[in-house]
Design a protein around this ligand. Structure first.
Ligand SMILES: Nc1ncnc2c1ncn2[C@@H]1O[C@H](COP(=O)(O)OP(=O)(O)O)[C@@H](O)[C@H]1O
Ligand SMILES: [Mg+2]
Length: 771
């Protein structure tokens, strides 16, 4: 027997289990059936003239794959390749990783874990998963290849691109899966997904058995979920010899990854980079946004052709900068045309895709060439590569998560970037030819003030969600979990404490049945708790809507030039008791108006956000049904008046009792237990002095704000979490004294004091009738 037929004899058994050949989906069913004894087919039942006919899982060569890619028929759909496919393929062949296909295949075929480091733009994210697809042929095994991304936008954008590269429809063979948006089907064998989604999947499928290979991309980003996934991978590979793992990173700190994965082999893809000249400002800039806009216009006016990439921190700032740059550029008669494009996570996909458009042509045949400027968040640092960038403007800031376990506050804060980030940013200028990077800080600041690398997110996060997930995964001993960088003990303690107060963990730290249900919900533990409790208050339908609205981008639109009109529009929806109820009013009005886009436009509401809230709501509803939770509402006109809203506020308290502030005598608010001075965010619609409020978010700027606030009552707090409201653990403050009196009164058998409240409620009834 020849070598080949021996192998074939060995695999016959497993192939006979394969009923249908997934790569022949285009053929009539009779022809799709695998017939191993059919002399004319290969081991997978493919006809001899099929592009993958002589492929053998885990033993393919780069030449074989390239030949299949260069054929006329798409092996995955059976259709003829389009002209566009061929054009893209020519470009793909020039990417640096392409030269390393053989080396890569040798490494993955002989090792379970491979670390791959390569310059941004070398083709890691788009090509490596395809290399694996041709070698793993995942659909033959009924499995998938997954490639994780820290950012939702990157997962969507790259999946779209790779679907085009493979000449398939997005969502079919190639898809993506991000929270609340699953764009995959039964056919999907290459799936881009957020790291958080893969982690979530592990909770119900601890060995990730649906995957034959997992690529952890952007590992240098060190997001919380990627870090946890790396720890999980180490455990899973011990139990699944058939699983391949590739860890990809853009920086050279690969030694750490190698060591972590027991000296896994490293593949280095040298990039195609050109020198980038770095310019620093001689003096620190007082206003980086102004300086950035000035620099962008300066480049446009005086530098040679080449596109500009400007890094800013968030949507509002980016939109503001785009407007200003555009307005000024329109006033420059001697400069070429300028296309100004924003890029941030909540941008609609069509708008986001525009970053790949060409720069505009010159206005006249001999006129100055046009230019494109992309104003982006950190996403353009390594996640998305934009070709044609020659000038980079780096103000030196990004929005970063920070967590202070002492006061239990997690917040997004505009913070200085690290040296490693600054280097990545400048590298974006040298992709196609020599470029320039303008750093809007001094060289001295770069040398002395920037830290070397950004701290991993696990060191700057509230770990509530992650600890709940780990517990659900059956990992009880968190102290001995193999973290790449272990979190601070205090942070872990805080997470355990939070989950214990929420009833998700018992006093010994074991997962309770409630905790197990909470873990299933793809939202924060507080929100999960609130959803689960809401039927008891008779308002699960409304809480479902509110949670959905809290998980989408802001629903109110407030263009700078139309603030007054926008505020007036918002006033129609305002509920005197607070912002959660206002959100609910908006949602009800939107639904009543038939989910109409024009209605949104006329009322200064964000159509995409509301539409997406609707979608999130229906998904969460399925989780509620799965958990056997009733979907109920209070009758709106029930006596006493306002009971409908009272129930909702009580349900809010049942989840958010740890995010409460009390108004002290001087008028300022103090957060409960942690005693941080906070102010109501200016966007809040609470229209009277509320003694106690729950809040959704703590916003750290030069002042502390609490955002999305609703009034609650002291007695609800005591009822929601007696353990947390054990006053012996409270620092001295007015709030504590109020609660003490209330407890005293209850002990004496007295009812909770209602006089004050009734008075307030009466005054507000008139405003309440809106729904
Ligand atoms: N949507 C897209 N449209 C056009 N080109 C794209 C798109 N997405 C990626 N590319 C191009 O593909 C190339 C490889 O990118 P990628 O695989 O993301 O590199 P890496 O992951 O190594 O940073 C880049 O030149 C990039 O410009
Ligand atoms: Mg990449």
């Amino acid at each position: 027997m020849s070598d080949r037929s021996q192998k074939r004899a060995k695999t016959d058994k497993s192939t006979s289990e394969v009923q249908e050949n997934p790569y022949l989906a285009h053929l009539p069913r009779s022809e799709r059936l695998v017939n191993p004894s059919n002399g004319g087919t290969n081991v997978y039942g493919l006809p001899a003239d099929h592009p993958l006919a002589n492929f053998e899982i885990g033993k393919t060569t780069a030449e074989q794959a390239e030949k299949a890619e260069e054929g006329d028929i798409n092996p995955f759909t059976g259709k003829d390749f389009s002209g566009r496919y061929k054009k893209i393929l020519t470009g793909r062949r020039k990417l640096p990783v392409n030269k390393h296909r053989k080396e890569f295949l040798d490494l993955v075929q002989n090792n379970q874990v491979v670390i791959l480091v390569g310059e941004t733009g070398s083709g890691k994210t788009t090509q490596i998963p395809q290399f694996l697809v041709f070698d793993e042929l995942p659909a033959f095994k009924g499995k998938k290849v997954a490639c994780t991304q820290p950012r939702r936008l990157a997962a969507m954008s790259v999946a779209q691109r790779v679907a085009e590269e493979m000449d398939v429809v997005l969502g079919e063979e190639v898809g993506y899966n991000i929270r609340f948006e699953d764009c995959t089907s039964d056919k999907t064998f290459l799936q881009y997904m957020t790291d958080g989604m893969l982690l979530r999947e592990a909770m119900n499928d601890p060995l990730l058995s649906r995957y034959s290979a997992i690529i952890l991309d952007e590992a240098h980003d060190r997001t919380l979920s990627t870090d946890i996934l790396m720890g999980l991978m180490k455990e899973i590979i011990r139990k699944r010899a058939d699983l391949k793992v590739v860890v990809m990173s853009a920086t050279l700190d690969a030694g750490k990854f190698q060591k972590y994965f027991d000296d896994a082999p490293l593949m280095n893809v040298p990039g195609r980079t050109f020198p980038v000249e770095i310019y620093y400002t001689p003096e620190p800039e007082a206003d980086y946004l102004e300086a950035a806009i000035f620099t962008a216009l300066q480049i446009h006016r005086s530098e040679d052709a080449g596109d500009i990439l400007l890094f800013l921190t968030g949507e509002e700032e980016i939109e503001d900068a785009c407007r200003k740059i555009k307005a000024e550029a329109d006033q420059m008669p001697d400069a070429g045309p300028l296309k100004v494009l924003p890029l941030y996570s909540t941008l609609p996909p069509q708008a986001q895709k525009r970053i790949y458009e060409e720069a505009p042509p010159a206005k006249t045949p001999n006129g100055r060439p046009g230019r494109k400027i992309v104003v982006s968040t950190n996403i353009a640092e390594t996640s998305l590569t934009i070709d044609g960038i020659v000038y980079v403007i780096d103000p030196g800031f990004s929005k970063q998560k920070v967590y202070n376990p002492r006061i239990r506050v997690e917040s997004l804060l505009v913070s200085p970037i690290s040296k490693a980030s600054a280097q990545q940013r400048s590298g974006r200028a040298g992709r196609t030819r020599p470029g320039k990077c303008f750093r809007l800080y001094t060289e001295n600041a770069f040398m002395k003030e920037l830290i070397e690398t950004t701290y991993p997110e696990i060191l700057r996060s509230n770990l509530g969600t992650v600890v709940l997930q780990l517990k659900k995964l059956g990992i009880d001993d968190l102290v001995h979990f193999d973290f790449m960088d272990p979190p601070a003990p205090e942070t872990l303690m805080r997470a355990l404490e939070l989950l214990n107060y929420l009833g998700a963990l018992d006093d010994d730290g074991n997962l309770t049945p409630l905790g197990s249900t909470m873990a299933d919900f793809p939202v924060d533990p507080q929100m999960a708790k609130m959803l689960i409790e809401s039927p008891r208050y008779g308002c699960s339908n409304e809480i479902l809507s509110i949670v959905a609205l809290l998980n989408v981008p802001l629903v109110f639109v407030r263009p700078p030039s139309e603030r007054k009109a926008a505020d007036e529009a918002k006033a129609q929806f305002e509920h005197p008791d607070g912002d959660h109820l206002t959100l609910l009013n908006v949602y009800h009005a939107y639904k009543t108006a038939g989910a109409d886009q024009k209605w949104c436009y006329d009322n200064y509401c964000n159509f995409r956000s509301l539409k997406s809230a609707d979608n999130v709501r229906s998904q969460l509803k399925r989780y509620m049904e799965r958990a056997d939770l009733d979907l109920v509402s209070m009758p709106f006109d029930e006596k006493p008046r306002g009971a409908y809203y009272t129930a909702i506020r009580q349900a809010l308290t049942s989840g958010f009792f740890m995010q409460v502030a009390h108004q002290e005598r001087g008028g300022s608010y103090l957060t409960v237990k942690d005693n941080q001075v906070v102010r109501l965010h200016p966007s809040s619609c609470l229209d009277h002095v509320a003694e106690w409020v729950v809040y959704n978010e703590f916003v750290l700027t030069n002042q502390n704000f609490i955002r999305t606030v609703t009034e609650v009552r002291a007695e609800w707090l005591l009822d929601a979490a007696p353990g947390y409201y054990d006053l012996s653990t409270f620092p001295n403050c007015e709030g504590k004294r109020v609660l003490e009196k209330l407890i005293e009164r209850r002990k004496r058998g007295g009812s909770d004091d209602r006089r004050d409240r009734d008075r307030k409620d009466k005054g507000r009834d008139s405003k309440r009738s809106r729904r």
